[in-house]
Unconditional design. Structure first.
Length: 295
């Protein structure tokens, strides 16, 4: 069951968005909503149907409750939840200062979603995509105000992650980039600003390491645990590349690898072990099995 949203005029403040819209309330979208809620924004999540909307509502409510249980946020839980709502109506984006698109990593889907959102935005509002690898400039081609659009690549889990990658598209204005830096700072995170190139900085490096770890596992060099421990203990990575792939989703990693292979060459060719696991629906944590058993 979705909450209703009363129409209110959008805030002109650009220092931190008073009202944030999120398109898509899956794991990433819910995490983005959660992060802005904890910093005082009103947040509206728009989903495709009642079932998805209920799932988004449950995820965000559970995340907020967990934050209060850990004592990492001030105020009252009911006051935070009161600033959160879920809808099926894109028209609610008209009151937002910022809308972040967080639908699955598919160019046609994202392009259609962004075009639909943009029709409802006020002239002052900014629009961002949470893509982890797709061309932000390419996604902007159908937008009427591409200068107010860029990439905001959040990392999973969003509230715990301290990094947001700000991806500057060909027509992103300096004002838009400066505003994005302020939002990231307001969230208590660190921004890295990168050009719109395939894989940006983080996905390109992360996928390269993960693909090599998969090849090593495929060749029998070592177990998944030992390969991961080489990076965790030897290089101080917080999580190993194979476990990270399980958390991100093997299907997501495969899509990114195929895109990078197409744009940057065969050094990003997905190993057969990755294709086989995706074909067997072993997608990582979300299905209970990937390179690890999550059950």
């Amino acid at each position: 069951m979705t909450n209703t949203v009363e129409a209110t005029p959008p805030s002109p403040s650009l220092s931190f968005p008073a009202t944030v819209g999120v398109l898509g309330g899956g794991r990433m979208g819910a995490g983005i909503a959660h992060a802005f809620l904890l910093k005082g924004s009103k947040v509206i999540v728009v989903e495709r149907n009642d079932e998805a909307a209920q799932g988004a509502e449950d995820r965000v409510a559970a995340a907020v409750a967990a934050s209060f249980a850990r004592g990492v946020v001030d105020g009252e839980e009911h006051e935070v939840i009161a600033r959160f709502s879920v809808s099926l109506d894109y028209a609610h984006f008209a009151q937002c200062d910022l809308v972040v698109e967080a639908v699955p990593e598919d160019q046609k889907l994202k392009t259609a979603a962004l075009t639909a959102v943009a029709k409802h935005l006020s002239p002052h509002a900014y629009l961002a995509t949470n893509t982890s690898s797709l061309s932000v400039s390419g996604l902007a081609t159908s937008l009427a105000r591409p200068e107010q659009f860029l990439g905001l690549h959040f990392f999973n889990p969003v509230p715990a992650s301290t990094l947001i990658e700000v991806v500057v598209a060909e027509k992103s204005s300096e004002e838009t980039v400066a505003a994005a830096r302020r939002w990231v700072s307001g969230l208590g995170k660190t921004a890295i600003v990168v050009r719109d190139v395939p894989g940006f900085a983080s996905s390109r490096l992360g996928v390269a390491i993960a693909l090599e770890a998969m090849r090593m596992l495929e060749e029998g060099v070592a177990s998944a645990e030992d390969i991961d421990n080489a990076m965790v203990l030897g290089y101080k990575h917080p999580v190993g590349p194979l476990r990270t792939t399980d958390i991100v989703g093997l299907d997501v990693r495969l899509n990114i690898a195929e895109y990078l292979q197409e744009t940057l060459g065969d050094r990003f060719a997905p190993p057969q072990i990755l294709r086989d696991k995706v074909a067997a629906a072993e997608l990582g944590r979300k299905t209970g099995r990937g390179f690890y058993d999550w059950n």
